[in-house]
Write a protein that binds this ligand. Sequence first.
Ligand SMILES: [Fe+2]
Ligand SMILES: [Fe+2]
Length: 381
Amino acid sequence: MDDSRTTATDAPSEGDRLTDAEVEEIVALGRSVTGDVHTVRSAGEIAFTWDYARSRPGLSKLYEKAKGSQWNGSTDLPWNLDVDQEKMARAMIDSPGSARFREAAARHRSEVSRWDEAQWMRFEVENQNGTLSQFLHGEQGALLCTSKLVEQVPWIDAKYYAATQVMDEARHVEVFARYLDEKLSGHHPINPHLGRLLDAILTDERWDITYLGMQIMVEGLALAAFGFIHAMAPEPLLTKLLRYVMSDEARHVAFGVLSLQELYASMTAAELRERQEFAYEAVLRLRDRWFHTDVWEQMGVDPRPIVRVMIDEQSDEERMFRTLLFSKIVPNCKKLGLLDAGDGWLRDRFGELGILGFEDWTDTTDEYEQLDEVQKDRAAG
Ligand SMILES: [Fe+2]
Ligand SMILES: [Fe+2]
């Protein structure tokens, strides 16, 4: 998928500690985004099917669910509410985790240990802008990936469902962009790790890689990340926005699992190994994206000591937070048979990354109905 970094078959770093070379790569990548427009060359075949029989009941049920759970980003969210971005930033600065981070940064002689109150405030505000911007860019990636799925997947039930997801993703791009424009204070460019992963997904000619990369990996992480932000969200507009987006995302991940289960059941061990390696590389990219090196660099700070602090000095709570990002991906990979295919290569890699403990957590095919907050609100209202 990408030959410029450590290959999937090289020995990874031990546990979740990073080598110096890995820190350098995270920082170097963080400096590589330029320009306003980015194009890639799409690959693969566009598939007509003449078999219109509704032969996949799981996908058919999901499609019916999607049609009934559409919502309107303009009228179903309370855009009239004011958002106090500095108040949210203040809450972050005053949190115990932030105080612990500042102490650790001083031990690592990072220049941020000399920051005054105003600089920390600016950082927290930019961190909010950056976090929501990455959600926005990821949503655009999902919009492009699912339109590609409509073209390429050869099953009519999957084309129907993917078409509903194109509308979902357009709505998600719309609401995140509007939130950034009206309630926050600036867009950030796409994080290079996320950008390279989206490029790798969109330029692969195998349609199942679009599913694996977007529906299982990127959306699996997004579902977990939205859950955290939702739990911490200090204001009601973002809370409702995330509740509704998550309702859709749970269906999207289920779409990936239901579709790939059928396909991967008939693949050879060699074919599955390629998918295992893709999944592992995607996890590394998604992990590296979370260091927010772009935000530190925007503040004029060397991110290297910061990355060290974030990994080497993390508390048990922070370690749990970081690994929980993969709590949807790991059980879904297991359900697809990717964890144990061949000689269990992916099980070993996930074990080294410290995320194997999630393998028996609920997979998303079982929970999309209970996560439908849109229907819950309609039933209550
Ligand atoms: Fe989305
Ligand atoms: Fe999605």
